[in-house]
Design a protein around this ligand. Sequence first.
Ligand SMILES: *[C@@H]1O[C@H](CO)[C@@H](O)[C@H](O)[C@H]1NC(C)=O
Ligand SMILES: *[C@@H]1O[C@H](CO)[C@@H](O)[C@H](O)[C@H]1NC(C)=O
Ligand SMILES: *[C@@H]1O[C@H](CO)[C@@H](O)[C@H](O)[C@H]1NC(C)=O
Ligand SMILES: *[C@@H]1O[C@H](CO)[C@@H](O)[C@H](O)[C@H]1NC(C)=O
Ligand SMILES: *[C@@H]1O[C@H](CO)[C@@H](O)[C@H](O)[C@H]1NC(C)=O
Length: 343
Amino acid sequence: MRLLVYAILLVHTSFLNKKVTSLDDDTDFFENQTVNNTNSIIVKTIVVDQFGIGNFKTVQQAVDSIPSNNKEWIKIRIRNGIYNEMVTILMDKQKIYMEGENPLKTIIQFNQAGDSINDGTFKLFADYFLGVNITFKNTYNNASSRINEMKIAPAALIMGDKAAFFQCIFISLQDTLSDGLGRHYFEKCYIEGAVDFIWGAGQSIYHKCVIHVSGQLKELAGDITAQGRNTEDNTSGFVFQKCTIVGSGKAYLGRAYRRYSRVLFSRTYMSNAVVPQGWDAWKYKGQEDHISYTEVNCIGKGANQEGRVKWGNKLSRKQIKFLNNRDTFINQDGWMANIPKVL
Ligand SMILES: *[C@@H]1O[C@H](CO)[C@@H](O)[C@H](O)[C@H]1NC(C)=O
Ligand SMILES: *[C@@H]1O[C@H](CO)[C@@H](O)[C@H](O)[C@H]1NC(C)=O
Ligand SMILES: *[C@@H]1O[C@H](CO)[C@@H](O)[C@H](O)[C@H]1NC(C)=O
Ligand SMILES: *[C@@H]1O[C@H](CO)[C@@H](O)[C@H](O)[C@H]1NC(C)=O
Ligand SMILES: *[C@@H]1O[C@H](CO)[C@@H](O)[C@H](O)[C@H]1NC(C)=O
């Protein structure tokens, strides 16, 4: 049911596509990408099939088969199925392209919680990663009996630089997507949770993603983001372009996990899952000057500015343009040209 909603929303986000002002970075990634770059060639494909009709039965076995210090793109094609395993990609396994058959049916899930690093179902430490059509899930907090003992349970922990995800689904309740460190791009992904469910010091753009605020906390408001920029010259931040925020729970758009927390929502539809105040300074009350939380061209009940905290929306037009553009914010050195074309 929930995932049907996801499919519908992906279609509906097209209503956010209109380019209205020059603040928009309007194109989907592959729309204008003329990929003709030898660095994006896939040299090998490994098939994972849990019924044994591939090269390996588990995703981790496929990862382990890739040589250390790998230099060229290797695709791991995962056939539909529920893979009950943790998958870790260490730093020496660069250039892995992991692709499911169908994001609703290729599922990597695990049930372990309590630690924000070790308990992630999927853990990425290598640079250069491409993920397509996969669900990453941490099932720990799902049991309703566990609400009072909700734990940190990441579905994915992304610590490598230069990672991109297309049509992936991230599901948990607390710390779902640990966008920890490095430059990342998410397009048409679905992210579900209740507490700090997109958090960390990542430097990331979320383009046309669906953000689902879980209703599992009932009337308690959680936080969609907990961005961890800790100094003024730190380049991290989360930028949401043309996203859709829905769900039966309530949440702040963000809480200041670190002193210079930076989050931009641009042309995003916000349902009333977003609380009127919008943002929470958390430990940094009285130091809101350092926090860069901005909304531009957003629509929907949750985007109403009447009840909003007064210290948001401080970024200049120039700063917004810088953040809201792939080439200036995350693709300064052109690494995205090396992303293999997703068919
Ligand atoms: C994308 O391609 C179209 C058609 O070639 C062009 O008009 C437009 O300027 C391009 N946009 C970007 C961001 O490069
Ligand atoms: C891509 O590059 C190759 C080699 O440089 C060239 O032969 C080919 O025509 C190019 N293809 C496109 C679509 O530009
Ligand atoms: C991703 O999943 C969609 C929906 O099942 C499918 O149409 C598409 O071909 C898949 N993409 C790849 C690269 O397998
Ligand atoms: C949670 O558990 C219920 C009942 O077992 C199941 O139907 C549902 O799909 C699960 N949700 C998630 C997010 O795993
Ligand atoms: C930003 O802060 C994070 C978290 O403290 C740190 O690991 C990272 O190196 C910093 N990055 C830059 C570019 O300053």
